[in-house]
Design a protein around this ligand. Structure first.
Ligand SMILES: Cc1cc2nc3c(=O)[nH]c(=O)nc-3n(C[C@H](O)[C@H](O)[C@H](O)COP(=O)(O)OP(=O)(O)OC[C@H]3O[C@@H](n4cnc5c(N)ncnc54)[C@H](O)[C@@H]3O)c2cc1C
Length: 541
């Protein structure tokens, strides 16, 4: 009998304590914590290996945009001391090696079922259990279900007319082939210029015979200034790792390395501002929008930061008409700020053409390429850098039924509702890691994942200790939290961007600002206080 069969046999006899869905950063750490509690847990993962985001997004140029020394687990000091990051912003292969190292180091694989995509999760109220079914027909029963499905794990593939008729090769950056792709000598079209597009475009441009970039929205991007990490610098940083990590936990976005702004952009002279933005540009980090206190709060302040980047684009891109088309028209930071390496410079290459599809939209994909309302472009390969059905997509993709058979997708039809982003009322004993209404994608996501995993683990220990079998979010508390999330967003300019934070990139998705914009540190205080108050806002029975 092999391990899988043994697990199936065991399942028939007694339910598991916990089923976790997803084996990315979140699912792996959750499993580690559950083991430490002595709980019987299994992780179900659609992919054939660990890594989540870093398993799927293998496109050339893929790398993190939070510095590697910060974009990593902090829960084990030996782990953070022994792992060596080679670059300031690690590439996807290095990040995947790291996650595999973690899985091996903590012997996690033996409780992960790979190639197992969860299709449904149903609540059995009578027996206080969750039953999960995979697409392959296996079932798993557990007292608790924990979603670690990720905020950016369901690729968004716009339903262009004729998509299946294309005779060439079609890729999505979030579903990149394991064996890689050779674009040498090919005519390539990239659709989309968000974070993934900005990373992949310079790489494809170097290989392809000809590259057409189909841009609907020009985005802000600042140079990453990526570089190899100097061993001395790393050693100095690691010597103070606990302090850096603590600072990250208390910070606004889960990153210790950004100086906390103290001044308004409007209380300094234009010269001083230009100097500060210039330094921010040279520093190479998404902290650019945090140079002053009000860049994300005040439209006039925002314009000063936006104008500096616009000016840089005009300086870098040689053809003024192309530069104008690459110049963003929204307020900086209201969509995710990109970090790049030679992105705008790529448009100075002879073999790269920018196609502005806001002027002439894509009409359809044809057998030979892409047809806009203006003309047809003949292509050998098309790369969709069209992002994800963010935050709710992967969860709504599972047929989740709570108490009384209520469907989660239906409950969230007009937008997601969750108390602290951790639980959603009517779905007892279902926990969400980085769920909607938590800082998630507005932060260093690993910092936010660790906070949620630790909160959930402490909560499960509490329930066990006090003989509590069932936990649900109180609907009134959930409503109040949704209002708090809205107020936090409305205190910033963030809802004014037509962004994926709002679901604007997916046709038909409700426009609701999904993450909590009140800051990682503040959010942690709220979550901790809820526990001190006896799990205020939760129904325990
Ligand atoms: C290209 C890219 C770059 C990024 N860079 C950064 C960065 O620099 N900094 C940052 O903070 N964040 C970044 N992110 C966000 C990133 O998603 C998180 O940092 C982090 O990796 C999320 O980990 P996770 O475990 O929550 O989810 P994921 O890594 O997405 O893992 C979720 C897992 O769940 C599995 N899954 C989903 N649905 C099911 C199902 N129904 N059944 C079974 N398995 C399922 C998926 O296969 C996946 O393996 C980036 C995202 C992308 C796409």
């Amino acid at each position: 009998m092999n391990g899988d069969q043994l697990m199936d046999e065991t399942q028939k006899r007694e339910p598991l304590d916990v089923v976790v869905i997803g084996a990315g950063f979140a699912g792996l750490y959750m499993l580690h914590k559950l083991r430490a509690l002595g709980m019987k847990a299994v992780v179900l993962e659609a992919a054939e290996n660990v890594g989540g985001t870093w398993y799927w997004n293998r496109y050339p140029g893929a790398r993190c945009d939070v510095e590697s020394l910060e974009y990593s687990y902090s829960f084990d000091d030996a782990l953070q001391q022994e792992w060596h990051w080679s670059e300031r912003y690690a590439t996807q292969p290095e990040l995947l090696r790291y996650i595999n190292h973690v899985a091996d180091r903590f012997d996690l694989r033996r409780d992960i079922r790979f190639n197992t995509r969860v299709a449904s999760a149903a609540r059995d109220e009578q027996n206080n259990l969750w039953t999960l079914s995979s697409e392959g027909g296996e079932t798993f029963t557990a007292r608790y279900c924990i979603s670690a499905v990720g905020c950016l794990s369901l690729p968004s593939l716009p339903a262009f007319k004729g998509r299946d008729s294309f005779a060439g090769r079609l890729y999505h950056t979030g579903l990149w082939p394991r064996e890689g792709v050779d674009f040498t000598g090919l005519r390539v079209g990239v659709i989309g210029t968000g974070s993934s597009g900005v990373q992949v475009i310079p790489h494809i441009a170097q290989q392809a015979k000809h590259l057409h970039v189909f841009q609907r929205t020009p985005h802000y991007s600042v140079p990453a200034k990526n570089r190899p990490l100097d061993p001395g610098e790393t050693a100095r940083y690691k010597a103070r790792y606990p302090e850096h990590r603590e600072a990250a936990r208390q910070s606004a976005i889960g990153i210790a390395g950004f100086p906390v702004p103290t001044q308004s952009a409007l209380e300094v002279s234009a010269e001083e501002r230009t100097e500060a933005y210039g330094m921010g540009w040279e520093r190479g980090s998404t902290g650019y929008t945090r140079i002053y206190t009000d860049i994300l709060k005040n439209e006039v302040a925002n314009a000063t930061a936006s104008d500096f980047v616009k000016m840089r684009i005009q300086q870098v891109v040689r053809d003024p008409a192309v530069a104008t088309r690459l110049t963003p028209r929204y307020m900086i930071g209201t969509k995710r700020l990109c970090l790049d390496t030679q992105y705008f410079e790529t448009y100075n290459r002879e073999n790269v053409v920018l196609v502005d599809v806001s002027e002439a939209p894509i009409d359809q994909i044809t057998e030979h390429g892409i047809r806009t309302t203006a003309r047809e472009y003949e292509l050998d390969a098309i790369v969709m850098a069209t992002g994800f059905d963010a935050i709710t997509g992967a969860l709504k993709g599972i047929d989740i039924r709570g108490s009384g058979g209520q469907s989660l997708a239906q409950k969230w039809e007009a937008g997601p509702r969750a108390y602290l982003g951790l639980m959603t009322s009517g779905f007892p004993n279902l926990f969400l890691i980085t769920g909607p209404g938590s800082p998630s994608v507005l932060s260093n996501v690993v910092t936010s994942i660790e906070q949620h995993v630790e909160w959930i683990a402490d909560c499960l220990a509490h329930l066990r200790q006090h003989g509590i079998a069932r936990m649900d979010a109180d609907l009134a508390a959930e409503d109040r939290w949704v209002q708090t999330v809205n107020e936090a967003a409305n205190a910033t300019l963030l809802p004014k961007g037509n962004s994926w934070y709002l679901g604007a990139n997916v046709e038909g998705k409700p426009r609701v600002f999904m993450p909590y914009a009140g800051g990682v540190g503040n959010y942690r205080v709220v979550c901790d206080q809820v526990v001190i108050d006896g799990y205020r806002g939760f129904l325990l029975s």
